[in-house]
Design a protein around this ligand. Structure first.
Ligand code: COA
Length: 416
């Protein structure tokens, strides 16, 4: 197995036990390798971003002989990527709370999150904190930012004119910076999680996708989540909408197990999976990753939220392990946290179905009496493997999922 590596040390550096040596990334996971010894780095066997081979020497460390370590022990080898314990240790020290979008904003502007004071709950760093930090550096006066608006990174040299309060910028601008025109094309290798995306998406091309879309009225769920959020917070968990979407999907899968199945290579057998390991597409600095919440069929909404918090923290820190990233049986992608309404999600083989959620918007709708009311509307787009799933099955599953979310109390009837 090959690993791509990023290093924290150089030849001649002194290291102590547990100091970070480098970060290695396979197409499945990314872990930080720490030193097993106190000593001096004598030789690095790989350059930055080179492919390191499992079991081969990674770095030579000259150790202090007086500490009783034999000379054979002074080579640190590239480990296989199954260091679950290790990845969890690393995350404990990682205290910065910020969403992937905020992290990206910081990265785009070369800001270290550790230098920014977070004003959100539990010192979470908000978009505003990054912008304020940037404004202090540049002397810019920032326009007020309405909730949900995407504000692009600012070049350090640029100042932003103050906008009148009621005329805050309404048109979201792209977060990615345009490429600086240098006159030369640039070619770079596809590495890490992007490599996994190439592999998975190429395999997905073989699947005939069937698409089905609908709109969901989340008015009741939005209120329910508002009520439950503080309770979850007291128990140390951030409750987003995803745990409800995931649990409702699992309840639906109990009725339509063909959507939680896989088809063998020769298309002769279908395996119905006992576990509902529901994957959640995550937008991270390393790229798209899809860790999964295991055995959702036996989890409460709170347990799913707690597990999702763990996966998100590890995902943002680039520390997800192989176990979290493999074994998914069905996927949900909440692209709506970034924007959009309908999409065309691509199935992750060997799974056979995926759902993508659009942004929740307040829109006028009619109630039963024909009166217009303010509804919280979200669109969903499903893709299913049409070799084994017909449109009617997908539509019935979607209707059931929708009914749980539009009337969340109905989930109680089926929760175990
Ligand atoms: N529409 C509008 N707002 C939404 C939303 C939606 N569909 N889903 C969540 N939100 C809100 C949340 O309520 C939260 O607001 P709050 O802090 O005021 O409560 C905010 O967006 C951030 O939510 P987040 O912390 O990201 O949690 P989440 O559980 O909703 O989403 C992820 C978690 C991992 C799904 C999300 O962070 C992510 O990465 N989404 C992108 C997925 C992607 O890239 N898909 C494409 C694959 S090709």
């Amino acid at each position: 197995m090959c690993l791509e590596c990023k290093r924290y040390i150089k030849e001649g550096d002194s290291v102590s036990q547990f100091d970070s040596i480098c970060e290695v990334q396979s197409d499945k996971a990314s872990v930080t390798i720490t030193s097993r010894y106190d000593g001096i780095i004598r030789k690095l066997h790989y350059n930055l971003d080179e492919i390191a081979y499992v079991g081969k020497p990674l770095v030579d460390i000259e150790i202090d002989a007086s500490k009783g370590v034999s000379p054979e022990e002074d080579v640190v080898e590239t480990p296989p990527m199954s260091h679950e314990e290790h990845t969890h240790q690393e995350i404990k020290g990682h205290k910065t709370l910020a969403t992937p979008a905020v992290r990206r904003l910081a990265m785009e502007n070369n800001i270290k999150l550790s230098e920014v004071v977070g004003t959100g709950k539990d010192n979470r760093i908000l978009k505003e904190d990054i912008l304020n930090y940037l404004a202090k550096q540049t002397g810019a006066i920032l326009p007020p930012s309405p909730k949900g608006e995407i504000i692009p990174p600012l070049p350090k040299s640029e100042t932003v004119p103050a906008a009148p309060k009621d005329k805050a910028r309404k048109t979201p601008l792209p977060v990615s910076r345009p490429l600086v025109f240098s006159g030369k094309d640039k070619t770079e290798p596809i590495t890490g999680f992007h490599k996994a995306m190439v592999k998975t998406m190429s395999a997905a091309l073989k699947i005939p996708h069937f698409g089905y879309c609908d709109e969901i009225d989340l008015t009741q769920l939005v209120q329910l989540r508002e009520d439950l959020k503080p309770l979850a917070q007291i128990r140390g968990v951030k409750l987003s909408f995803m745990p409800f979407f995931i649990k409702a999907a699992s309840l639906g899968l109990l009725q339509y197990p063909i959507l939680n199945a896989s088809l063998d290579e020769s298309c002769q057998n279908v395996t119905y999976k006992a576990s509902h390991n529901i994957g959640v597409a995550m937008d991270t600095e390393q790229g798209l990753i899809v860790p999964n919440v295991k055995n959702v069929q036996v989890c409460s909404v709170f347990e799913i939220a707690s597990e999702l918090n763990r996966l998100q923290a590890l995902g943002s820190a680039g520390q997800l392990g192989t176990n979290d990233l493999t074994g998914g049986t069905f996927t949900l992608s909440n692209i709506g946290t970034i924007g959009g309404t309908y999409t065309k999600p691509v199935i992750l083989p060997p799974e056979v179905a995926i759902g993508a959620l659009g942004k929740i918007q307040i829109l006028p709708r009619f109630n039963g009496k024909g009166e217009v009311f303010k509804a919280q509307i979200m669109n969903v787009s499903w893709s299913a493997d049409h070799r084994i799933i017909d449109g009617a099955t997908m539509a019935r599953f979607s209707n059931l999922w929708k009914s749980y979310l539009e009337n969340p109390a109905s989930m109680l009837l089926d929760l175990k």
